[in-house]
Write a protein that binds this ligand. Structure first.
Ligand SMILES: [Zn+2]
Length: 56
């Protein structure tokens, strides 16, 4: 008999303002405030501010 999956109660999903993005360069996940979208590339590249300075 297969074990029934336990329903998780009261587990809150992350608030929308806690969304993190992964830097394409250093692969660290950082909040949106720390990210820069480089739109001169297609598809646009998401980098953190530190890496943006390195690639510019
Ligand atoms: Zn980075």
């Amino acid at each position: 008999m297969p074990a029934k999956s336990v329903k998780k109660r009261g587990t809150k999903v992350a608030a929308p303002d806690e969304i993190v993005f992964k830097c394409r360069f250093c692969e660290k996940s950082k909040p949106l405030d720390e990210m820069v979208v480089i739109t001169k590339y297609f598809p646009p590249v998401v980098l953190c501010r530190d890496c943006e300075k390195k690639v510019q």
